[in-house]
Design a protein around this ligand. Structure first.
Ligand code: BG6
Length: 472
């Protein structure tokens, strides 16, 4: 008998159909069809894919769009694999408010003998409740699980409300909330790196760690998403979800076992111990030119950059500042977590020598992911002086090609594996953490594109700390 309690979220049956809501939309074009191509290439897709969209597109037009999105995203796609994807696709058009659309979907699933579908909502969040309850109106909530894209709510209240609506028709174990950072190999690698190397554990705490910072920077601006982004801003778009998930993996205690339940329990504990962010611990910025982007309101004060200081009141982390920042229109595209260690208590030999740089562990989580240890080594010559040296590994070179986030998440949703999805309490906790900053937004400071954001971001740093420029 297993020594661990049963996890109600494992052992879900594999899906026998994939239903894509928003199949003619932007997310499907950019991420989902390329992911379906990769799954097919690896022999991991053997179910029909039924697109549902409000447009009156024909199957041919739908396939043409799917084909071109694969060709745009994949270098030299294999035409035979593309044809295999096309052979699985079918589109149902119709008004979501019309019961006939849902009956049509049920008939289509019946025609494939489907009893366990994945219903993937690649649609604007305002439509999640309507789609979930409409599925239930024709009994399809008994025949599958739903995958919900972010943003999951826009504050604590709306996230709780959305959870209540979804729970009224689907049990928690059949609700898969996407945060695509949890699907990134590079992000999951944090967990494995921490808990496979005993070397790190003794120093991974307030005694040796001086600060931890996580940066997600993009050179691009809002790129045609102005109307959507202007309603959301950087705090809701990335900090509340992607960055806090990364923080939880860096901060958590080792999970009791590998299943979803134990991992999510540890994440929830991190957020339960995290103090809500006060408005004076947040700096917001907006790149110059943002207000001229199509779809952005005149005089908008939506932030395209946000930096915040977090505190985790646990035995492991009390007193250690966690800095997070995210922005568009910055100097480089990178995702990086930097763990900075305390300096040696005293200089070894020569009190007049320059103090050595502090040790760092840098996790590169974006393209060219890997890890760098910034250490000190003896400077050649007669003196007992040190200088910085990097010990670095590039994971793709060392380990080979890895799968993309959406490919892994789609495969998990089809297989019924919830580990890389966000649990309800974890999502509600993250909103609770950012809520005070949402309630009383601080002033927005302009910054130039190509910079590292407004200089005011230094204000939240503890004396002696600085922002690290990510290595790209
Ligand atoms: C999305 C945000 O969730 O993540 C975008 O809505 C952002 O604004 C994107 O650009 C970044 O994802 P990635 O995988 O490129 O780091």
């Amino acid at each position: 008998m297993s020594r661990l309690p049963a996890d109600p979220r494992v052992d879900q049956p594999a899906a026998d159909a994939l239903v894509l809501f928003g199949a003619t939309g932007d997310l499907a074009r950019r991420k989902l069809f390329p992911a379906l191509y990769q799954l097919t290439r690896h022999g991991e897709l053997d179910v029909p894919v039924i697109g549902v969209a409000r447009s009156d597109w024909t199957d041919d037009r739908f396939c043409a769009q799917a084909r071109s999105s694969i060709e745009d995203a994949v270098t030299d796609p294999d035409p035979a694999v593309v044809d295999r994807v096309m052979a699985r696709l079918h589109l149902i058009g119709g008004d979501y408010a019309d019961r006939a659309t849902w009956e049509g979907l049920r008939d289509a699933l019946d025609s494939h003998d489907s009893s366990q579908a994945v219903f993937y909502m690649a649609i604007p969040p305002g439509m999640f409740p309507q789609v979930a309850t409409s599925l239930a109106s024709v009994g399809l909530n008994e025949r599958g699980r739903i995958v919900v894209e972010k943003p999951f709510g826009r504050d604590v209240g709306s996230a709780v409300e959305l959870n209540e609506t979804l729970h009224s028709v689907f049990p928690e174990e059949r609700i898969f909330r996407i945060d695509h950072y949890l699907g990134k190999e590079s992000v999951e690698a944090l967990l494995v790196f921490r808990f496979s190397n005993t070397l790190l554990e003794p120093v991974w705490n307030r005694r040796y760690v001086r600060s931890i910072q996580v940066t997600m920077s993009e050179t691009i601006g809002v790129e045609g998403r102005g109307a959507f982004y202007d309603e959301i801003g950087a705090l809701r778009d990335v900090l509340q979800n992607h960055l806090l998930q990364v923080v939880s993996l860096l901060a958590m205690e080792p999970p009791v076992g590998p299943s979803a339940q134990f991992l999510h329990d540890e994440q929830a504990k991190v957020f339960a111990a995290m103090r809500p962010i006060e408005p004076d611990e947040v700096v917001r910025g907006q790149y110059v030119g943002y207000r001229d982007e199509p779809g952005v309101a005149d005089g908008s004060d939506t932030e395209t950059f946000v930096a915040a200081r977090l505190e985790i009141d646990s035995w492991r982390w009390a007193g250690v500042p966690w800095y997070v920042r995210v922005g568009k229109g910055l100097a480089a595209s990178a995702i990086e977590a930097v763990v900075e260690f305390q300096p040696p208590p005293r200089l070894l030999f020569d009190e007049s020598a320059t103090p050595p740089d502090r040790n760092l562990v840098r996790f590169r989580l974006g393209s060219r992911d890997g890890v760098t240890f910034a250490l000190q080594a003896k400077t050649p010559g007669p003196d007992l002086d040190s200088q910085p040296v990097d010990v670095a590994v590039d994971f793709e070179t060392a380990l080979g090609e890895r799968q993309g986030a959406y490919e892994r998440l789609l495969a998990d949703a089809l297989a019924g594996s919830p580990r890389r999805f966000a649990r309800t309490d974890v999502v509600e906790h993250t909103w609770r953490v950012v809520q005070p900053a949402l309630d009383a937004p601080s002033a927005v400071h302009p910054y130039f594109r190509g910079s590292w954001g407004p200089a005011e971001a230094d204000r939240i740093l503890v004396a002696g700390d600085h922002w690290f420029v990510p290595t790209v």
